[in-house]
Design a protein around this ligand. Sequence first.
Ligand code: ARG
Length: 264
Amino acid sequence: MTRHYLMCRPDHFAVEYAINPWMDPEAGADREVAIRQWEGLRSTYEELGHRVSLIDPVEGLPDMVFAANGALVVGGRVYGARFTHPERAAEGPAYLEWFTSNGHTAVREAAFTNEGEGDFLTLDHLVLAGTGFRTDVAAHGEAQEFLGRPVVSLRLVDPRFYHLDTALFPLNGHNIAYFPEAFSPGSQEVLRHLFPDAVVATEDDAVVLGLNAVSDGTHVVINAEATGLQLELKRRGFEVVPVELAELRKAGGGPKCCTLEIRG
Ligand code: ARG
């Protein structure tokens, strides 16, 4: 099925502050390489037949390339992001402004801290929501009320996997892949209960951000280095589409972080 994605070209990308353990401002990152890798991701989506819309990058917002964090869009309703760190605060209004000026009317400014699809992942009948590092658990309730979908709260416990989308991705509308150790014992039990047939990833795949992947139900766009997980996905019948995004990983992001899905 054709998807609609919102992306932001990393024209102002840099690693100049550290708000997660992947970021090292001393080491920095190469913007030209990041742009080239991001263009590869964008054309991958287009080659798969998906529609890609672009939001203008804003100078002084080096993490704006991580569009997933900009909002959560389900059934045409746009739940705005409210960022944890002041460094990224201005991205929330910038993304909301994109939605209002592109014809979206069901737009909600969030009262509680939440980082959009970084911490909210949508399946057919429910939305999985992360908390522990960024998104306030109160935002899970706010999103449930606004979207009219059940929201299941999950607690993240490993700072390397600070957003839900670094530890879990939906394979399709009813199943997931995830790295269990990123979650609290209770949340691991919840996931086992909801998804007995899930793809369980190893730490080797998780630490290359292999779980920061984007599936359209048939193809899985995934970091090239996550080779073990790719094998398992192929075994399960998915078409694996590896992408090279190592430069963006220096900011703690992968393919999914760069991709905000607009669900009509
Ligand atoms: N440097 C960004 C941050 O720490 C990376 C965001 C990655 N986005 C994501 N959806 N996990 O906020």
